[in-house]
Design a protein around this ligand. Structure first.
Ligand SMILES: [Fe+2]
Length: 358
């Protein structure tokens, strides 16, 4: 159990480079329609959860440590019908019709201004899409990358604990996101904790349609809020393998399918469609060069060593296992040394979900 002083220190680390900047009129109508066209025609798209875990069993195994003893989690408490796909990755747009959305002059200017930096380049673009949908996310950080230890070569638990520890600030790759929502829901906004998760949250107020934020979501706890009528937020028949796709019969309609069964059908106006664009940002030419040449990179071994030293300095017993990247006890101990638990407060209009145990 962390002391209050330690929790405050860790909370203070989780503050973004600048407060989020709200922006509007982000995409043109034509760009929005092309984005939706890709989603409509190029699916089916998997659950967000299915991007992070290969099976329902793996998901439950990973999360079990977080529950009180004797509590047997079942898949139902994690499942929400929200789906994801990639539109650009590794700096390359995956659908040529979205070239202007990804290599976006205005976004690059906003990313540079957010960091007061000289250079930026687009890195990735993805979407989340759903009809009415519950929220069981108490608030999270996107996983950060460091020079030499990135999401491409290191497990998520490692990069995420590196971010939370504050030990690797010199190696953190500066990133900015432009997050845009197309949602007509009058109650569904975005909650974020710009001063750390133990301080008061703020909200982007609904409805959030073609509006969004410029943020550094690797260093700021945040979450989307539930949307749609309560009784439709979890469709009957939802499983780990449920997918989302355009209805071939109509461009205005969308299908949620489990195998061959259509378990929900939504009109475009019922959707919550989020487009996430992110860029890597470099303060100056030296920093750009250092990043691209790899001349000052960390290795995974160095990162693990620094964490072990720091955890031991806190008086926590930690034995180096044979396979530190996969040893569950080791991972749990390191995680616990930097784990604040959930945020301390939620907006009145968007309280923590009753499903959550935090
Ligand atoms: Fe996120």
């Amino acid at each position: 159990m962390l002391t209050d002083k330690r929790r405050t220190e860790l909370s203070d680390l989780l503050r973004p480079a600048s407060p989020p900047r709200e922006i509007d009129d982000i995409y043109t109508d034509d760009q929005r329609e092309r984005l939706l066209d890709v989603v409509h025609t190029q699916g089916p798209w998997k659950l967000i959860l299915a991007h992070h875990f290969t099976s329902a069993e793996e998901l439950i195994a990973t999360m079990s440590g977080a529950f009180p003893e004797g509590f047997e989690p079942s898949l139902d408490i994690f499942l929400t019908p929200t789906f994801r796909g990639f539109l650009a990755n590794y700096g390359a747009v995956l659908y040529p019709e979205l070239h202007d959305c990804f290599y976006n002059h205005r976004f690059l200017d906003m990313a540079k201004a957010y960091w007061k930096a000289e250079y930026a380049k687009p890195e990735m673009m993805l979407f989340n899409i759903n009809g009415p949908c519950a929220n069981r996310d108490p608030g999270h950080l996107d996983s950060p990358s460091f020079r030499g230890v990135r999401h491409e070569n290191a497990p998520t638990w490692l990069t995420s604990v590196m971010g939370k520890s504050g030990l690797f600030q010199d190696y953190l790759i500066k990133m900015a996101q432009v997050i845009t929502w197309f949602s007509l829901d009058p109650g569904s906004g975005f909650t974020y904790w710009p001063d750390g998760p133990l301080k008061a949250p703020r909200r982007v107020l609904p409805p959030v349609y073609n509006r969004g934020v410029v943020v550094q979501n690797e260093m700021m706890v945040h979450r989307g809020e539930a949307n749609g009528p309560l009784d439709q937020q979890i469709p009957a028949g939802l499983t780990f393998d449920t997918v989302f796709a355009g209805d071939p019969a109509s461009r205005d309609w969308w299908l949620v399918k489990s195998g061959d069964d259509v378990i929900a059908r939504h009109h475009t106006e019922e959707l919550r469609f989020l487009v996430h664009w992110s860029a890597e940002v470099f303060s100056d030419y030296d920093e750009l060069k250092k990043n691209m040449e790899g001349s000052d990179d960390l290795t995974i071994e160095q990162a693990i060593d620094m964490l072990i030293k720091d955890v031991r300095a806190q008086g926590i017993k930690l034995v180096m296992p044979d396979d530190p990247l996969r040893d569950q006890d080791f991972i749990r101990t390191i995680n616990a040394a930097y784990d604040l638990g959930g945020p301390s407060s939620y907006p009145e209009e968007a309280p923590i979900s009753s499903f959550q145990l935090a």
